[in-house]
Design a protein around this ligand. Structure first.
Ligand code: ZN
Length: 176
């Protein structure tokens, strides 16, 4: 097993809509194993495939009861309202109180291809919604209210380039 670098805000892969997993082969099993290791190491409570640069509709999560995986998941019911100080491994170090539905029902399939339904409230409900958003190319900043969004954009724009981008820029400059 190995870990992936986690893609961060500004990486276009985070804006792409993922496609369903059609074939649960060895590459998917390995991907899931490595994603679970990446999530635990981060550490985070959830990780979507797009966050490691893979355009497949799957995510892993672990809110303390051991790791789980959902393929081709969709939220089919939601109700209530809950405010939670939400963060994202792809927007590191920033948290905002975000209002979303409290209870959700998620339908998808497991690694054996069986149809599954997961009901979640509070933290589990939040993780299911946050990861499903990732698979649709949506980041948590789009769930902020207009004032929060303005503040968030100010912070994100003022953040310096990450080391990889710096390096890429220097290489580009070096080539003239
Ligand atoms: Zn996230």
């Amino acid at each position: 097993m190995s870990t992936f670098p986690i893609r961060t805000y500004g990486d276009p892969v985070l804006r792409q809509v993922t496609t369903n997993v059609e074939n649960i082969d060895d590459s998917i099993i390995h991907l899931v194993e490595d994603m679970i290791e990446t999530m635990h190491e981060a550490p985070g409570v959830g990780l979507a495939a797009s966050q490691v640069g893979v355009q497949k509709r799957l995510f892993v999560y672990d809110i303390g009861d051991g790791p789980s995986v959902v393929l081709n998941g969709k939220i089919t019911e939601s109700s209530g309202e809950w405010t939670y100080e939400e963060g994202c491994l792809s927007v590191p170090g920033l948290y905002w109180p975000i209002v979303r539905p409290n209870h959700v029902l998620l339908e998808g399939i497991d690694l054996d291809g069986n149809e599954i339904q997961i009901e979640g409230s509070e933290l589990l409900g939040r993780v299911l919604q946050h990861e499903t958003d990732h698979l649709d190319g949506i980041l948590l900043i789009e769930r902020l209210d207009p004032d929060q969004y303005k503040e968030a954009m100010k912070i994100l724009r003022s953040q310096t380039l990450n080391p990889d981008q710096e390096l890429a820029k220097r290489r580009l400059l070096g080539k003239g």
